[in-house]
Design a protein around this ligand. Structure first.
Ligand code: MRU
Length: 348
């Protein structure tokens, strides 16, 4: 991936503003928590792992100028800011995972002076970038192992590429690894209504990386799958429940059902930070609903009559029976997920 989605640079959090892609590549330097909240809410930074990292930096920005002189006052500020950032988007568990991780770090270092605590928070957010790069690379290698010799052409939905993580992506990581190894690989990218992450982001980043990509509208997936144009589907996820049900961008469920119908494996690239063992099933995953205008006048042009009623869930939940395997950084996980996920997390 030629761009970094998020990094710490010049005393600010530098993100690529994904709402402007693919026509404009503009970076934003974020220095306060309110701007970070807005950037997450409005999808300037998006994709589950990337918003987790963004939230961790946001928490640091919230308290970096804090005048608190004792630990309880400082921790109260951290908790307040975490509560605020948690209201930005509900579905991707990475956001809550990252906030809790930084809060725990502060609690565990309560004896440190406040300036050192602040530095530790910043260091932790930077560490998350390094870890994300390693996790994505491992997912890429496990995924490439699954696909090599079996699938040259894959279909993906939404963007679970470099733009959704710090740099390398989850669902697209196996594609990048295969391309790097000189193995033939090409991607069909669903456009992904209503916000077009597939068209604006996946097609853009694959083109930048020199990977062959064919863009289709969402309603063409059945034709592509039934005509044998792809040998595997790989998507990312915002949250996997303990039974292997998978929340991901709206439309994923339909693609999974199609893949099942046509006997094509349906893989979900899932860093362990996206797996929520506290939720027994996908029915418990909170699904974000976004404003009607994204459907009726997306990108500035009205395409539906004024006053029409709109339903705009941003994610859906694919039942575990459609998921051939989860590709995690620790390896490939197969059904029955209730058992295999417990084993993955060493739970008894
Ligand atoms: O609304 P978005 O663009 O944040 O939705 C993103 C997705 O659904 C991704 O597939 C998911 O977050 C996985 S990203 C590795």
């Amino acid at each position: 991936m030629p761009v970094k989605t998020i990094e710490w640079a010049d005393d600010a959090v530098r993100i690529i503003d994904q709402t402007l892609l693919p026509t404009e590549v503009r970076y934003l330097d974020i220095t306060d928590v309110e701007t970070m909240w807005e950037a997450i809410k409005s999808l300037r930074v998006r994709g589950a792992p990337a918003i987790g990292i963004a939230a961790a930096f946001g928490l640091y920005l919230a308290v970096r100028n804090s005048g608190a002189t004792d630990y309880p006052a400082f921790m109260a500020e951290v908790d307040r800011a975490a509560g605020y950032l948690a209201t930005s988007r509900p579905t991707a568990v990475n956001l809550f995972w990252a906030l809790k991780r930084v809060q725990r770090l502060v609690q565990e270092n309560a004896s440190l002076p406040i300036p050192r605590l602040k530095q530790r928070m910043l260091d932790e957010a930077c560490t998350m970038i390094d870890e994300d790069n390693a996790v994505c690379r491992a997912i890429g290698e496990h995924g490439a192992g699954l696909l090599a010799g079996r699938a040259e052409s894959i279909l993906t939905h939404c963007n679970a590429g470099g733009l959704a993580t710090a740099q390398w992506g989850t669902a697209l990581a196996p594609v990048y690894v295969m391309a790097e190894r000189g193995q033939a690989v090409r991607v069909y990218a669903d456009e992904t209504r209503p916000l077009l992450q597939g068209a604006r982001l996946t097609a853009w980043e694959l083109q930048q990386a020199g990977v062959p990509v064919t863009l289709i509208t969402d309603n063409m997936a059945a034709t592509v799958l039934s005509h044998g144009k792809v040998q595997a589907v790989i998507v990312g996820t915002d949250r996997v429940a303990a039974n292997g049900d998978v929340a991901n961008k709206i439309g994923t469920f339909g693609v999974a059902v199609l893949a099942h119908e046509f006997g094509i494996p349906f893989y979900v690239a899932a860093p362990t930070s996206s797996i929520d063992m506290s939720l027994a099933t996908g029915e418990l995953i909170p699904i974000e609903e976004r404003k009607p205008e994204e459907v009726t006048e997306g990108f500035g042009r009205r395409t539906a009559p004024r006053g029409v009623s709109v339903f705009n869930p941003a994610f859906d939940v694919t039942p575990n029976r459609y998921v051939t395997a989860l590709i995690t950084e620790k390896g490939v996980v197969r059904p029955p997920y209730v058992e295999s996920l417990k084993t993955l997390f060493h739970l008894t």
